[in-house]
Write a new protein. Structure first.
Lengths: 181, 550
């Protein structure tokens, strides 16, 4: 199934440029004609997942996982290459909230940051299969290529001090607009 | 379909060369390739989907859908793998094969690498053997490969290689920062560092420009077309003769034989899934070690009930690749300069001559590590996630060097490719099943090689190191896969002659890494190419129109 995002007639470079102008505007634009913001997740699942992802990569002077678009990455892949992990996410997120309600009386997303850290540490111990999946996907989304929805505006590459835009050749999307430096 | 002189199965490193050599000699050739022909517009710099990091799939085949393999682990039994999973041991499926997206290290093996058994004796339980050819036999063809494919680099810093008639056709790329850090350290240790030979233009060559030194190299196709594989050298030459037809997305089913036991052509599935038959005078199998063995085993008939060339149960055995070990060193100054391809410096001091070890391997600095490739390679005791992991990425991403090397595997007859009894591919053919392991001495060498890497990094100023020396339970073949149709003089202990001609069937040849008796302590691509040139020359010399001179 193709998401409406693929229908947006932007080249990758324009897409990244649009992201630089305003992440919020982009998020709205991406929703397109689809119901809700997500290809697979529902909003409560997304809130819980964001809480976990942001413990795996918290914000410092550079964005957290969810701020860099990691949820978009994971959601898109759950509708595509990672379809096989759908059940693991559905069950894992439900379990995470159940654990959180049992210990703190609220869903994971509603807890304070130190409580969330405690909960995510518990999930790592008690549901390691699910945790390792989310950890891998979070790191992929954050440090991988921006074309998949995470690492918005190549923010992690900038964080690591890599030249952006980098040396490029003659691929078609570069012929439309030459690199800025 | 019109009968041709030769069908070549597989348009990779070897198949492309064979097609070019035969078609320029006037033979009519059909070159079958299961994958597609990619162009510069397909050269996406996708860190998550390329031929090296395949989290979101393979960029250059095979597709995950319908191409499974089975790997038999002694601990957990058989498991089916998708092509984009590491356990599958994939190379590639496209025009150019692995050479479209490889790192392009293009080594000559050393003279000793062809005489491993004579030098070291065969460790008990191993199938270590000498090649039926020597380095000197292959030297003219190494030279030909270096000049036709286009290799840059400079061996002159190392006294350990065999004699050569002339230097490489292109100088090395200018040293990157890792080279500048590692070179003096190697010299202080008494080692002999030199510039890695690479199938990459450092200056304009063969009508194409030089490397633009981007960070996406190994695992990616080159968008500047400066990386040299069969897809941009010999295959276009073959097609230009008018004698060679390339058919892509065509999957060979079996080699057909007549009732006298000679091959009469190849049955294959075309891009639409229709079964086709191409008749020919000779058949050349160049499908890479695992798939070449599979095709031979799948070519069963009344006269060849166990598959072609398999009268003595040799097809598929001695599967090997390389056992990579090494270390990552972490520094308190920047080592990263964003100048690709990254890998630049090597030492070959440790390939041979250590008492108690059957060989060794080259040690090289790694290609540029993309951020995604660093997430598991942080200093010891770094937490796997959280702020500390993020900070470690920030602190060390540009402050690390990895030194690794391909330990020459000591082969074993038990490491092998067979046909899986249950699992079939999308065309209904039995898939390859990989089982067994190389001889355990390989892993002992690997540990020493990792310690040597660590010592080099520490001499270069590393403040801490992460040792990387595993002990896999399954043979690790992957992109360096070799050995499954061994070359030899004894028809009972090998599959092909030194001319790559199958012992049982004189008009079938296996020409690719399958014929390697041992796999050297180096990336095998240039050796595969040299053997393809050598075997092609012999084939053409003996050709007389529709068959061989007797």
């Amino acid at each position: 199934m193709q998401s409406s995002r693929d229908g947006v007639p932007l080249t990758r470079r324009q897409f990244v440029a649009a992201g630089a102008m305003g992440g919020a505007a982009l998020a709205v634009g991406c929703a397109g004609t689809k119901q809700g913001n997500w290809d697979f997740l529902n909003d409560p699942q997304a809130r819980t997942l964001a809480a976990i992802c942001d413990q795996i990569i918290p914000a410092d002077d550079f964005p957290s996982a969810s701020q860099a678009g990691v949820l978009t990455y994971i959601d898109r892949q759950l509708a595509r290459h990672y379809r096989r992990h759908r059940n693991a996410y559905r069950d894992g997120l439900e379990q995470a909230d159940a654990m959180s309600r049992k210990r703190f009386g609220q869903d994971l997303a509603a807890l304070t940051v130190p409580q969330q850290l405690e909960m995510v540490s518990s999930i790592e111990k008690e549901n390691s299969g699910f945790f390792n999946l989310v950890r891998s996907h979070t790191l992929e989304g954050y440090y991988g290529a921006p074309r998949h929805g995470g690492n918005r505006d190549a923010v992690s590459w900038k964080m690591l001090g890599m030249a952006e835009p980098p040396v490029r050749g003659r691929a078609q999307y570069d012929q439309r607009k030459s690199p800025a430096s | 379909m019109k009968r041709v002189n030769a069908v070549v199965v597989g348009a990779g490193a070897a198949g492309g060369i064979v097609a070019k050599e035969l078609s320029t000699a006037g033979l009519s050739v059909v070159l079958l390739e299961r994958g597609k022909w990619y162009t510069a517009n397909d050269c996406r710099k996708d860190d998550l989907r390329n031929q090296r990091t395949t989290l979101l799939g393979n960029a250059f085949g095979p597709e995950d859908e319908g191409n499974p393999r089975v790997v038999f682990d002694p601990k957990s039994g058989p498991r089916t793998f998708l092509p984009s999973e590491g356990g599958y041991q994939n190379n590639a499926a496209c025009v150019g094969g692995g050479t479209l997206s490889y790192g392009a290290m293009a080594w000559r093996f050393m003279p000793q690498d062809f005489r491993m058994r004579s030098i070291y004796g065969a460790p008990q339980g191993s199938s270590l053997e000498d090649w039926p050819i020597t380095y000197d036999d292959l030297e003219p063809f190494y030279d030909k490969a270096e000049y036709e494919i286009g290799i840059s680099g400079d061996y002159s810093g190392s006294p350990f290689f065999g004699p050569r008639k002339r230097p490489l056709p292109m100088p090395p790329l200018a040293p990157n920062r890792e080279f500048q850090i590692l070179e003096p350290a190697a010299k202080r240790l008494g080692l002999h560092p030199f510039h890695i030979p690479m199938a990459r233009n450092s200056v304009p060559y063969n009508g194409r420009g030089p490397c633009m030194r981007c960070r996406w190299c190994v695992g990616f196709a080159c968008e500047a077309d400066a990386k040299n594989g069969s897809q941009n050298t010999v295959i276009p030459t073959a097609l230009a003769t008018g004698n060679c037809e390339l058919r892509t997305e065509c999957m060979a089913k079996e080699i057909l034989t007549d009732d006298r036991g000679r091959a009469r052509g190849v049955a294959y599935y075309d891009a639409d899934g229709h079964l086709q038959q191409q008749d020919s005078d000779i058949v050349i199998v160049s499908a890479c070690a695992i798939e070449s063995a599979r095709l031979m085993l799948n070519s069963k008939s009344r006269l060849f009930p166990n598959g072609l060339g398999n009268q003595h149960d040799q097809v598929g055995r001695h599967l090997q690749g390389h056992h990579y070990t090494g270390a990552v060193g972490f520094f308190d100054f920047d080592t990263y300069d964003d100048v690709g391809p990254g890998a630049s410096i090597a030492v070959a001091d440790y390939n041979h001559g250590t008492p108690g070890l059957c060989g060794g391997g080259a040690l090289c600095n790694e290609f540029i590590r993309l951020p995604i490739q660093m997430i598991e390679r942080m200093p010891v005791n770094t937490p796997r996630w959280g702020l500390k992991h993020k900070q470690a990425m920030r602190n060390f991403y540009k402050r690390n060097i990895a030194v690794m090397g391909p330990t020459q595997p000591i082969p074993s007859a038990d490491a092998r490719v067979t046909l899986d009894p249950d699992v079939r591919d999308k065309w209904g053919m039995p898939v390859a099943r990989i089982s067994g392991n190389v001889h355990p001495h390989t892993f002992e060498i690997g540990v020493i090689q990792a310690q040597r890497s660590e010592a080099w990094l520490k001499e270069a100023g590393a403040v801490s190191t992460l040792l990387n020396a595993g002990k896999p339970t399954i043979v690790s073949s992957g992109q360096h896969q070799a050995g499954t149709c061994r070359m030899g003089n004894d028809p009972q202990g090998s599959v092909v002659s030194k001319a790559c001609q199958v012992h049982d069937v004189d008009n079938v040849f296996v020409i690719d890494g399958s014929v390697h008796v041992t796999n050297g302590g180096f990336n095998p691509a240039l050796t595969i190419m040299a053997i393809a040139y050598m075997a092609s020359e012999e084939l053409v010399r003996n050709w007389k129109g529709t068959g061989f001179k007797s």
